[in-house]
Write a new protein. Sequence first.
Length: 87
Amino acid sequence: MNMNLKQTVWILTVAIGMGIGTANAVGAPFQEHDQDYSRNKNYQQGMREGQTDRAHKRDHSKKRHFKKDEDQRAYESGYQKGHGESR
């Protein structure tokens, strides 16, 4: 009986740990959408280039790469907004 109790506690602990890890992984992508980049210069550049590409019916004609991930996300967010694509 004592062995079954230990196994049950161990299985519950692992299951709860996996559930918490999965909840954090699932929630992570949605946090990115809440970011306000509107005053960011890279966002504004992406917005302009997205609008230009939409007007000329192009799809991401300029591939910009930034050293910082945050700058890259701001640019891509602006580009998507300017190009009229929904995320």
